[in-house]
Ligand binder design. Structure first.
Ligand code: ZN
Length: 346
């Protein structure tokens, strides 16, 4: 085992990232060292790259390695690790949880009050190796394409948001055609929704959603959503809403086109304080569910959906070697991208 490795590091408070040599982590008791094969860039990583107010608040101790979407193989195991083998293909749940709080005790690790995030609160996976507790290791079947598994973390957010509600035969509105919204549109079609309509202002990303099989991809900057609904045969409004834009105007529009009794899950983080249409929410009897992270069970559902035929390749737009990470972040920042995958195998 070598002692030093390449890693993509936030060197200090401020914009930018740096490829530098850092020590290979040594797995302690109950920990697993994973040799990285592929990683994917998340919106969170872009916030950290750009050093916006969110990053300045959350990245409290640079220098640190970032990144949390990855697939690789087990390279070493600490004392007491059982049931895993060296060379086994794995990914990892990025929220390191306490196993002690009430939510952890009921299996709702996504609501742990003491959560610690890989690539935000502790060293991440944009490196040749990452070290995580055994409890966070997710075995990945060899039949799955690593380019897709690289972004299972984001796929997990989409799965958690979409599968919160019954989708069979339902009409679904997704606001926000970022990579997670695009993935969610594929999940909704796979899960049996009748009509899936996605809205955004970015034509490039709306086109990716069309490739994913969405029924209507609507640019609300120039198209009337209600006209599209009429064309799609919606008479009472949407049954299910997935808010993935973090944009208050999009959320208000969603509330205005939901049917009475509709269900909304909220994933998109935006400004912390926004005006919401209270009368729509109350008088229509809407249910709102905040979504954070993913359930451990979502990891199983993801593998099985892909094996069952859900093809996520349309969302992958760029592949680079990790030494070209700057090109990957430029693609993400341009808005002309879906998922960007970085290769660490060569
Ligand atoms: Zn906990």
């Amino acid at each position: 085992m070598k002692e030093w490795m390449d890693a993509i590091v936030k060197p200090a408070a401020g914009p930018g990232l740096e490829l530098r040599q850092v020590p290979v982590p040594v797995p302690g008791p109950g920990e697993v060292l994973i040799k990285i094969h592929k990683t994917a860039i998340c919106g969170t990583d872009v916030h950290i790259y750009n050093w916006d107010p969110w990053a300045a608040e959350h990245i409290t101790h640079p220098p640190m390695t970032i990144g949390h979407e990855y697939v690789g193989e087990i390279a070493a195991m600490g004392e007491g690790v059982t049931g895993l083998t060296i060379g086994q293909r794995v990914s990892g749940e990025g929220h390191i949880t306490c196993h002690r709080c009430r939510n952890c005790h009921t299996g709702n690790i996504q609501w742990c009050k003491n959560t610690n995030s890989v690539g935000v609160d502790r060293d991440g996976a944009f490196a040749e190796y990452v070290c995580i507790p055994q409890t966070n290791v997710i075995p990945i079947d060899e039949s799955l394409d690593e380019d897709v598994v690289a972004f299972f973390d984001a796929f997990g957010n989409a799965t958690h948001t979409a599968l919160m509600w019954n989708l069979v035969g339902e009409d679904v509105l997704i606001t926000g055609a970022g990579p997670i919204g695009i993935i969610a549109s594929g999940i909704c079609k796979y899960a049996g929704a009748r009509r899936v309509i996605i809205t955004d202002l970015n034509d490039y990303r709306l086109d990716l959603a069309r490739k994913m099989g969405v029924d209507y991809a609507v640019n609300t900057g120039r198209e009337d959503l209600k006209e599209v609904m009429a064309k799609a045969g919606l008479t009472e409004g949407f049954d299910v809403g997935l808010e993935m834009s973090g944009n208050a105007a999009a959320f208000r529009q969603m509330c205005s086109v939901m049917r009475n009794g509709g269900k909304i899950s909220l994933l998109g983080l935006g400004k912390p304080m926004v005006e919401v249409p209270m009368n729509d929410i109350i008088c229509k009897g809407l249910t709102l569910q905040g979504i954070y992270g993913r359930k451990m069970d979502n990891w199983h559902q993801m593998s099985y959906m892909v094996q069952g035929g859900l093809d996520l390749h349309p969302v992958i737009t760029h592949r680079f070697h990790y030494t070209d990470f700057e090109k990957g972040f430029a693609a993400m920042n341009s808005g002309m991208s879906g998922k960007v995958v970085l290769d660490w195998t060569k």
